[in-house]
Design a protein around this ligand. Structure first.
Ligand SMILES: Cc1cc2nc3c(=O)[nH]c(=O)nc-3n(C[C@H](O)[C@H](O)[C@H](O)COP(=O)(O)O)c2cc1C
Length: 335
């Protein structure tokens, strides 16, 4: 069953290297994961965008997206955002009831609406709270636990101070995105500090951040040879063939045709899911903000997509783009 396998259970056919699709709220939902898996190889599993452990309509919708039925192809690990142990455990039980065997705790979200409430990366400066949370959750959790963290909220030493706390618990994995919360998604990833945390943690560490080409992947995998699991987010939105390139899997003879078919099916799948053409157009434009960067003249592609007023013209325009605008040549086809 694709939805209930633990994070560590999916060894790729190319050896130990595993590629995990990063959670990207507003992008990597069940529709995207399923259409993606129908078209492209290379992703071993996905961590789903977070569900807030506080109830409410948004949580119900996010839980519905995690049901097995809309997730038939790509193995999924659900993710919870929250800092309250009883609520976390309630939600974890609902996820266990859906058939999941693992859950990921979000200690990385950088957005002020979240961090102000001491959630996501906003909890990282509070080791006592994290220790009490894990002491309460670990012995009662019906699922395996992994954590996705940044280096800290404002200070990149915070995660380092948390590692001994994490080491007291049986974590399945620790995903590290080596930025601070206040950096949001800007500035450089801190590979020095990642190396320090990698050496200090007793748990399997998954690297995440700014892998957008095979060259970047190779640079990081040479530097961190003990890391076998790599989480990739925006790089997949820009170049859906990136996981296959990284693993040296066969690539489509005509990538533009393959991408064109993928976006066509994605549009049709969201048309069935979203209510109204406006929502659908907005959703697809969101994808094209990233996808446009995969073209040589990405700025023109993005400008034309952004200005498209309706779906009929959107569909016509994407046909023109795949026929007339060359894709960027990847710096290296595979590693
Ligand atoms: C639009 C967007 C939505 C995101 N949503 C989530 C989320 O729900 N949970 C999470 O842990 N991280 C989330 N992230 C962070 C990504 O999972 C990832 O850590 C970050 O983008 C760095 O990896 P990348 O450079 O490969 O994209 C989000 C990032 C973006 C840009």
């Amino acid at each position: 069953m694709p939805t209930n396998s633990p994070l560590s259970a999916h060894l790729s056919p190319t050896g130990n290297l595993q590629i995990i699709l990063a959670p990207l709220r507003g992008f990597t939902d069940a529709v995207y994961r399923t259409v993606y898996a129908r078209h492209f190889a290379g992703v071993d599993m996905a961590v789903a965008p977070f569900v807030v452990a506080a109830g409410g309509r948004a949580s119900l919708k996010a839980i519905a997206d995690l049901r097995p039925e809309p997730n038939p192809l790509m193995p999924v690990i659900p993710q919870i955002l929250g800092n309250d142990a009883p609520r976390f455990l309630d939600l974890a039980q609902r996820l266990a009831d859906l058939g999941y065997a693992s859950v990921n705790w979000n200690l990385g979200c950088p957005f002020p609406m979240v961090t102000r409430k001491r959630r996501g990366s906003g909890l990282l400066p509070y080791p006592a709270h994290i220790a009490a949370f894990l002491d309460a959750v670990s012995p009662r959790l019906p699922l395996n636990l992994s954590i996705k963290s940044r280096l800290g909220y404002a200070n990149s030493e915070e995660l380092f101070a948390l590692l001994p706390i994490f080491d007291r618990h049986a974590l399945e994995a620790l995903v590290i995105h080596p930025r601070t919360g206040i950096q949001l998604y800007d500035g450089k990833v801190d590979l020095e500090r990642f190396a320090v945390c990698l050496a200090a943690s007793r748990h399997p560490v998954i690297y995440n951040g700014d892998i957008t080409t095979c060259t970047e992947f190779l640079h990081r995998s040479n530097r961190f040879p003990t890391v076998s699991q790599w989480m990739v987010g925006r790089g997949v939105l820009v170049d859906p063939l990136l996981p296959a390139r990284i693993k040296g899997l066969p690539l489509p003879e005509n990538p533009a045709d393959a991408l064109s078919r993928f976006y066509e099916e994605l549009t049709e799948a969201y048309a069935r899911r979203l209510s109204g053409p406006g929502h659908l157009l907005d959703r697809m434009k969101g994808f094209w903000r990233y996808a446009s960067r995969g073209f040589e003249d990405g700025e023109t592609v993005w400008r034309r997509i952004r200005r498209t007023p309706d779906l009929t013209r959107y569909r016509r325009l994407t046909g023109v783009i795949f026929a007339d605008f060359p894709l960027k040549a990847p710096p290296s086809q595979s590693v």
